[in-house]
Design a protein around this ligand. Structure first.
Ligand code: PMP
Length: 359
């Protein structure tokens, strides 16, 4: 039997994803190390059990209750006046962003970001058959705003992708940068990906504050990180209602299962409790950055739940040395740098001990 050849740009490409290895200390995919408490687990289980009585029916295609709960949460987390018709959700913010590319990208159109940037973005562009243009950040991973603006004016992208806090660097963009690029993008949309938004240091504002000022601004968030629900696959966005209407055209019908909606709704009822560990993680992050700098390493400023550090002549050897000692981190970012997710105090102690031995 023969198969049609893959689309040319897909040939020889390995599927995306970090290695899933069974090691004791997993600090490679920016998960929250603290699982939900028993009371949250019980409420999620009860909520899912209630949903199962109607599993013969398709779920609410508009997930209205969930959009209402997410709007309320966003208004308590840096936003104000966000209404449910400004909210959209999907199976992880990865799916939200792919849907944005499907709606606003396409042949003859371009998406722009600034490297180092989130490594999935070129994949969304490729899969939505959209051109991909990448500008560059400065050596401290900040954005040269004049150069960034010039690139946007030159390329006229329909989608600009700005992770803030950025992955893999952890650095956040100042609101002036977002405003300038929203103005430069004209009719294009500017997506500020705040997957790590809840981990911002005090004083770092959220782009949600700019939503009322810029009609072309989209802010994406996820329940995978601060909410500790990576396994549930729930991501969402806030934007003008017209942007949600455009996504409705490309989304698959009933893309958010009844089980997913019930899980997310139960989790949002416990938002305060689920987010209760964020302060511990921020403190552990600041301590990790401080310790790495004390070791004479370079460390990017981090507003996220991970730290990017270097520079190593042979980063793979360091990564492997840590793995040999049971600590899995991520080889990502510019050459010579490594990224470590922030785990529990015990996990970070194991990381520090292993890194000391490896160096
Ligand atoms: N944006 C950024 C910057 C990320 O790092 C990630 C996860 N690694 C995502 C989006 C997607 O996360 P999810 O699909 O779990 O919401």
């Amino acid at each position: 039997m023969t198969f049609p050849p893959l689309r040319e740009e897909l040939r020889g490409i390995a599927p995306y994803g970090a290695p899933q290895l069974d090691v004791p200390v997993q600090l490679n995919v920016n998960e929250n190390p603290y699982g939900p408490s028993q009371s949250v687990v019980d409420d999620v289980a009860a909520s899912v059990a209630a949903a199962t009585t109607a599993l013969n029916r398709y779920p609410d295609r508009e997930f209205t209750e969930l959009r209402t709960a997410l709007a309320a949460y966003l208004n308590s987390s840096g936003g104000s006046g966000i209404t449910p018709d400004q909210v959209w959700a999907a199976n992880g913010s990865n799916e939200v962003m792919l849907q944005l590319l499907q709606a606003f990208g396409g042949p003859g159109r371009t998406a722009v970001s600034f490297a180092p940037t989130y490594s999935m973005y070129p994949e969304y562009a490729r899969d939505a058959m959209t051109g991909w243009v990448v500008g560059h950040r400065e050596s401290d991973f900040s954005l040269d705003l004049d150069a960034a603006r010039a690139l946007v004016l030159e390329e006229r992208p329909t989608v600009v992708l700005l992770p803030s806090p950025n992955n893999p660097t952890g650095t956040a963009l100042p609101p002036e940068a977002v405003s300038t690029l929203c103005a430069a993008a004209g009719d294009g949309i500017v997506v500020v990906d705040e997957a790590y938004g809840e981990f911002r240091r005090s004083g770092t504002p959220s782009a949600l504050e700019l939503l009322a000022t810029h009609r072309n601004l989209v802010v994406t968030r996820t329940m995978s990180k601060a909410f500790a629900l990576a396994g549930a696959r729930v991501g969402y966005l806030a934007a003008a209602p017209e942007i949600c209407d455009a996504i409705r055209v490309v989304r698959l019908p009933y893309h958010l299962s009844a089980v997913t909606q019930a899980t997310a709704l139960a989790a949002l009822r416990h938002a305060a409790e689920l987010l209760g560990r964020v302060d511990d993680l921020r403190a552990e992050r600041d301590e990790t950055v401080r310790w790495l700098r004390e070791q004479g390493l370079e460390v990017a400023d981090s507003d996220a739940n991970f730290a990017l550090f270097g520079r190593f002549e042979d980063r793979h050897a360091v990564w492997q040395g840590l793995l040999d000692r049971g600590v899995l981190i991520r080889e990502t970012g510019p050459d010579g740098w490594l990224r470590v997710s922030i785990g529990t105090a015990d996990e970070m102690a194991a990381f520090r001990q292993a890194l000391t031995q490896v160096r």
